[in-house]
Design a protein around this ligand. Structure first.
Ligand SMILES: Cc1ncc(COP(=O)(O)O)c(C=O)c1O
Length: 385
């Protein structure tokens, strides 16, 4: 029986709270690969840690509760989580992906799964007509990010779920940018939700992890089979770290978003800035849809500087905000999608969808907003040619 109602409490008390045997308020780190059995075929629920580990299980129960799903699975990285989900399909099947998704998602489909006859189609999932046209009879799943990486485009998750259901395909949502604190895709009709937990869920740029939650028992059984068969599981210590991080998700996200709203406004009004992509700005693509399906616009911003400003000089002049891959940590980071996170996408596809060489992606951290604003402003001044 749950004795709380709100997600802020679930973040702390969800899944398995504490340790029944000792009363420890935290789930212990069961750093073990195997378990003694009481006799042939007689075990205490655990046989081998690839198949099941109590610390990982506490995390898996927690994320399933937070996303309001049937069961959860923890993997060694976001890519291992995506690979496990894509392993649900077979040769001859096809998946539709949003026209801007994380470069690694595109790469694993293009360079790995395609070799096994599992094909992909890229579609603008913000446009329901374009998506309908892409739903050929061999399409077994649609994978979207909303907001998507790196242009922060918003897809109507509920509308897409209805469309996908009519074709008896599965809707997979990568919820990395929002977290269940801001958006819960299963409640909007998605079948599978996944995360690079390396990002906001981990929150401190100190671990690599992936999570998956499914809405049905049948998908749960299939995914557990794949997790055990392919083996990309999260280790007990990292599972513990992730549980610990998730406890503070709501306070971190509130501060991330508060800073992001301020910085998006600053960039929007700045004379040196050509375009700002942030779903929390009222004139952004998908602003109304995002408000219907999410608590707010999140804390990722992308932007372009006007001609006459050098992005190289901008990156080199930043003093507080670091140039680095990744996002969602307490510290603010910038990256250059064209040569970093999205470099594995061929230039012609990148340019077609708007991932230009001038695009800058900013992961807004939880420092004081005024320090972040000052750093951005001085780096933009230095970037003027
Ligand atoms: C939206 C999104 N999904 C998935 C991934 C892959 O996750 P990981 O780096 O934890 O393997 C990333 C990584 O940047 C991401 O941004």
């Amino acid at each position: 029986m749950k004795n709380y109602e709100y997600i802020e409490s679930a973040l702390i008390h969800g899944g398995i709270y504490g340790d029944e045997r000792t009363g420890a308020v935290n789930t212990p780190i069961y750093q073990t690969s195997t378990y003694m059995q009481d006799g042939l075929g007689k075990n205490r629920g655990y046989e081998y840690s690839r198949t099941g580990n109590p610390t990982r299980e506490a995390l898996e129960l927690l994320i399933a509760e937070l996303e309001n799903g049937e069961s959860g699975f923890a993997f060694a990285s976001g890519m291992a989580a995506i690979t496990a989900v894509l392993s649900l399909f077979k040769s001859g099947d096809r998946i539709v992906i949003s026209s801007n998704v994380y470069g690694g998602t595109f790469r694993v489909l293009d360079k790995v799964f395609q070799n096994f006859g599992f094909s992909y189609t890229i579609a603008d999932t913000t446009d329901l007509t374009a998506l309908s046209q892409a739903l050929t009879p061999d399409v077994k799943a649609v994978l979207i990010e909303s907001p998507a990486n790196p242009l922060l485009t918003v897809t109507d998750i509920k509308a897409v779920a209805e469309l996908v259901k009519k074709r008896e395909a599965l809707l997979v949502v990568d919820n990395t940018f929002m977290t269940p604190y801001i958006q819960r895709p299963l409640e909007l009709g998605a079948d599978i939700v996944l995360h690079s937990a390396t990002k906001y869920l981990g929150g401190h740029s100190d671990l690599i992890a992936g999570l998956v939650v499914v809405r049905s028992k049948e998908l749960g059984e299939r995914l557990h089979f794949i997790q055990n068969a392919t083996g990309g599981v999260l280790q007990p210590f990292d599972s513990f770290l992730l549980i610990r991080s998730i406890k503070t998700l709501s306070v971190r996200m509130d501060r991330h978003v508060e800073n992001a709203v301020e910085l998006a406004k600053l960039l929007k009004e700045h004379e040196a800035v050509k375009t700002v992509y942030y779903p929390g700005l009222p004139d952004a693509q998908g602003y109304d849809i995002n408000l219907k399906q999410a608590k707010n616009g999140g804390a990722m911003i992308s932007f372009e500087l006007k001609e006459g400003y050098s992005i190289n000089r901008f990156f080199e002049s930043l003093k507080l905000i670091a140039l680095a891959e990744s996002l969602g940590g307490v510290e603010s980071l910038v990256c250059h999608p064209a040569t970093m996170t999205h470099a594995s996408i061929p230039r012609e596809i990148r340019e077609k969808v708007g991932i230009t060489d001038g695009l800058i992606r900013l992961s807004v951290g939880i420092e004081h907003g005024k320090d972040l604003a000052a750093d951005l402003e001085q780096a933009i001044r230095e970037a003027k040619q």
